[in-house]
Every structure is written in C-alpha cells, then in structure tokens.
Design a protein around this ligand. Sequence first.
Ligand SMILES: *Cc1c(COP(=O)(O)O)cnc(C)c1O
Length: 464
Amino acid sequence: MNKELLRMLPKVDELLSLKKVNDLCEKESRNLVVESIRDSIDFYRKGILQGKIQKSFTDEEVLKKASEILKRKNMPHLKRVVNGAGIVIHTNLGRSLLCEDAVEGILNVAKHYNNLEYNLEKGSRGSRYSHIEELIKEITGAEGALVVNNNAAAVMLALNTLCEDKEAIVSRGQLVEIGGSFRIPEVMRFSKANLVEVGTTNRTHLYDYENNITENTGVLLKVHTSNFKIYGFTEEVPLEELVKLGSEKGIPVMEDIGSGVLVDLSKYGFPYEPTVQESIKKGVDVVTFSGDKMLGGPQAGVIAGKKEIIERMKKNQITRALRVDKFTLAALEGTLRHYRDEIDAIKKIPTLNMMLLSEEELKKRAQRLKRKLSPLKENFKFNVGEISSMVGGGSMPTAEMKSYAIKIKSDKISEKDIEEGLRAYEIPIITRVYNGEVLIDLRTIQEDDYEIILNGLKEVGDKI
Ligand SMILES: *Cc1c(COP(=O)(O)O)cnc(C)c1O
C-alpha cells in the first residue's frame, strides 16, 4: 500500500508545468513556489512513510498544501499577538508596548536620513550618545548618562570599566538570576571583575563590605533583587551607608536597580520601589537599569551617574559592541520626554497606564468584551470575574493587582482546545487556563484586540 501511495507523489516539475502554477510564479517568487511545492511533496512522503497518510490523494491536494505552506512562508515569523495573560511587562511577549511618540520617532528615523552622528551646529561628525544624554540627566538628576543595548550590557560595561582585574564586593543575598540569561556571577566573569561574595543569603551588614575591602577592591556593588523577595530575619545595607563607606575608602559604588522606576508608584497603592532619582540623590556613582521594564520604553540599558565615570565608559572599546541603534534612541527619547511631567507619563506610557488601570475600568472593559462576544453564545459560555494580574519582567514580584477577566468555557470543546485554538489563530491570542476555564485578563487587552478576540474565538467555534 505504501509503495502505491509513494508512486502517486507528483514530481516537482510536473506540478510546475501546470498553467495555474505558472500563473502563480508570475505573482510570487518562482523560488518560493518551487520550495513550497517541494515541502508539500515532502510532507506527503513523510506522512506516507510514517503511516499517517493511508488514503490516496490528488495532485490538487498536494498543491493546496503547497499554497498553505507558501502563505506561511510569506508571513512574518515575528508577529503581533494578543496578550490576554494580564502580565504587563511580559518578557516572552516583547515586554513594554511603546507610547505613540516613541513609535512616531522610530518611523521618522526609519524613513528619513537623520542626525544620528552628525552635529548640525558645527556641520561635522557628532555623537550618537548626545541626543539623549541631556534628557536622562534632566530627569534623573545625574551628571552624565549613556545608553547601551540592554541592562545586562550596561552592568557588564560598568563593571568592566570600574573593576577589570579588580574585586567587586557583592552581598550573597543579591547574586540574582534574571530569567536564566542574566546571572550576576556570570556577567562578572565576562566583565573580568572578580566576585567577592560577602554576608549571608538573608543578612548582610555594612561591616561585611568593610572587612573585605582591600587595595584591589574596584567597586561596591548593590543589585536590586528584582524578581524575588525574602521575608523574615533579613537585612540589607541601605544605599546611603554603602555610599558613605565608598567615599571614605575612595571606592565607587554601583547599583544595578533593574527595572528603571522613575515614578514612585507607592502613592498609587503599589509596593514601594526605589526610584532612579533617589539613588542618584543618595550619591551612587553609577546606576544601571532597563529601558523596557517599568520605564516603558524600548529594549535598552541606561547608565546614569558621575560624569567622570560615564566618560570613561564612553571610551571603553567594548561600548562599540554594545551600542544602540537609531530606533532605540528615537523610541527612548519619545518615552523619556513624558517623564518631565509625572501625570503625562502615567497617561501616555502604556506600561504605566496598564498598571494603574482601576478595578472599575477593568470591570467595565470585561463586560464590554462579554457583550462583544455574545454572538458566540451557542458554542461558549462567558463570565466576567475577578482575578489578579502581575507586573512581570521581574518587576514588583509581590504586587498582585486586582483585575477582571472574561472566563470562557464550552460544553463542546475542552478548555485546553480553546486555548490552543486561540493560540493558533492568525493573530495568536495568548490566554491562561485556570480551573477549567480560559481566562483573558482585560488589563493587557488593547482597544483593537476586542475584534481580534471575537474573530479568533469564532474560528475556534467554527471548527467544532
Ligand atoms: C532585568 C534585570 C536585568 C537585565 O536587564 P535586561 O534589560 O533584560 O538586560 C539585570 N539586572 C536586574 C536587577 C534586572 O532586574
């Protein structure tokens, strides 16, 4: 039987000589058509050999499969999804959404030539770092600033500049791992700083730093334990005490603050998080943070601090390899401008905006989505219910924000199949399955997602 089916497989050339395939080659690249046909024939061959295809098939069917493959090849692999998970800074889903000004900035420098490295006043070569340094200084109060690829790069550059072949003293309680790809001890190794661990997991005192200072100490490092909290019998050395010790001994103090919080959100009911401005005010020599976490901008690592140290970093050869492109600079500038006015920032920056949505507003939105989905009542049951959503991105791990979700279930199809179906939709819809229901958290749903959810769920229903 297998042999017979294998004999039915058309040859690529046979299909290519058909008129309609020829016509297709006019519209699409011929190479792509050939490749898709080849992939389709391969699909059938493998199916036959693995016993998955046991019935005869026509050339027409092989071509249909080829056209599906071609359509997929033509679609971008990196694409939009709907975030129904309620995690605002979802690292797997691209972290922060950009504000309008940031998006406009990107388009503008993408479509047009620009002064990336051109000094318009002098009519000569300029520096790409000049565009944004003043703005960061103004907002954070720092003497100097530099932007690199991400915070991991920022930490590496700062350590390499301050501490190459010297010792960096860090508390054992702060040797964090952020999402597997960033571990403080590993970053240190790459920056050629030698790690000196002091204190214990739960308690580190000022004398732990003091007793370990030698003539070879390059930096006192404080790392924000972004994505976890330890409770109970704990002690960390406050930044101001570390700064005092550092200045007495002539050793710079560096802080990796992680999520660059520029607005104190504790007045809106969030757990208190130290802001970048406070660290600068307390006299830290260098502070580093991410652009796309709580700051709500593009992927970037911001370094702010003492002018002399920033200048040394600019001259470090490795900076060239970590440098940001024009899109990052444009987007970061568009985002940071809003921080001149806190209220403006909260209103215009999507990450802050979503974090601060009121329960009342979220409930209203959930009810609106429920009404929108009501044409699908035959296949699905919808309920609006309270849930809790998270900030994500290793930021504020203990903050649970009360939110509202639409809860979907069906008598005809399992919650797992609904979740998979939504995820397989043309614009994938990412949901959570909990207690036998599929949840879509309204906190991270955008205005034009409602229609997509309706259409995606309709498609899932149509396949029942
Ligand atoms: C997130 C984080 C990093 C890594 O930042 P990226 O911008 O993702 O490179 C480093 N340190 C801390 C404390 C963090 O929270």
